[in-house]
Design a protein around this ligand. Structure first.
Ligand SMILES: [Zn+2]
Ligand SMILES: [Zn+2]
Ligand SMILES: [Zn+2]
Length: 322
């Protein structure tokens, strides 16, 4: 089992998952796509179902699947149990990296990405995320679940076939704790409901505005063309949102990814979904971050946590909203 190790300088956990590094090409970073073996040897293509562990969920009709959820073959988190911290002296704290690590094969279409999904398929993706998050929420020991899409090699993708990952982990991670603290500090109601209202008033950072979802280039953008997709209905937990709200966010993510591709080409990106930790009633509003990986992080950013963004969000919104 992998190990969690606490960084006493920051109070944040790191996962030591050595089994994953043995994969060839793991340390090669460039801006292309993972080597594409083609549909004949892709473990996520139809006809290759035996090459993945048995599916946790399958969506589709007429014996033909449209979306599969399978356990990750190289799980960063695995096994049941609450976070059990062991202290080896005053500095070295560790815990077993228990949890769930699964893969959502987003479509049978090998060469598509989220940007290419039709409305029905987007609906299936969001329904599958909701179903799995509901399952995680009912699983003892899982405190938080992180859904991600890594597209392109610079974003860490190792398989070309479009897929998302969902990791259920036994603690609330530092990034979420910081966002939760932000919601707690804000005195004007819900921080993201207020952001949607303020950006609708301002207008010039809105990339896409539908009735139930808004995509904005946030005021505080730390990297070029970073986007925030917010449902206009207030829900803390993604899995408690209405089907209409889920579908609206899924479509907005698709549409901004298509616009980014139209503007920048098929660049690497991350989609990161933030939802309230399980069984928490804190102030929060679920949302998605879409972050193109088109610049490399410098030492100043690493040393300070202060990003230097060379594209103002207003300029990003101007070219993306056209
Ligand atoms: Zn494939
Ligand atoms: Zn809200
Ligand atoms: Zn967030």
């Amino acid at each position: 089992m992998n190990q969690l190790r606490l960084n006493p300088l920051t109070g944040r956990w790191a996962t030591v998952a050595t089994g994953r590094a043995s994969r060839p090409g793991q340390f090669a970073i460039d801006h292309g796509h993972p080597a594409d073996p083609g549909t004949d040897s892709c473990p996520f293509c139809p006809g290759h179902e035996e090459e993945t562990p048995p599916a946790l969920e399958t969506y589709g009709t007429d014996g033909r699947w449209l979306l599969r959820v399978v356990p990750n073959r190289y799980p960063a988190f695995s096994g049941a149990g609450e976070l059990t911290v062991e202290h080896l002296g005053p500095l070295f704290a560790k815990a077993p990296a228990t949890g769930i690590h699964e893969v959502l094969v987003l479509t049978p279409e090998h060469r598509h990405s989220w940007a290419d999904l039709d409305d029905r398929q987007v609906g299936l993706v969001m329904a599958a995320l909701r179903d799995r998050l509901e399952d995680h929420a009912g699983t003892t020991g899982i405190r938080y679940s992180q859904a991600i899409v890594n597209h392109g090699r610079a974003a860490g993708a190792s398989v070309r076939h479009p897929h998302a990952q969902l990791l259920g982990i036994p603690f609330v991670p530092g990034e979420l704790l910081e966002e939760l603290a932000g919601f707690g500090r804000f005195e004007g109601g819900c921080l993201l409901c207020a952001t949607v209202a303020a950006e609708r008033d301002a207008g010039h950072r809105i990339v896409l505005d539908t009735e139930r979802a808004v995509a904005i280039a946030p005021w505080w953008s730390g990297s070029p063309f970073e986007l925030l997709v917010v449902p206009t209905d207030h829900d803390g937990h993604l899995h408690r949102a209405s089907p209409a709200s889920l579908v609206a966010v899924g479509r907005a993510v698709r549409d901004v990814l298509a616009r980014l591709r139209g503007l920048l080409g098929d660049v690497s990106y991350h989609v990161v979904l933030h939802t309230l930790p399980h069984r928490s009633a804190d102030a929060f509003h679920w949302h998605a971050h879409v972050v193109p990986r088109i610049h490399s992080t410098g030492g100043f950013e690493l040393g300070t946590g202060v990003p230097i963004n060379i594209v103002a969000p207003e300029d990003a919104a101007a070219v993306l909203s056209g």
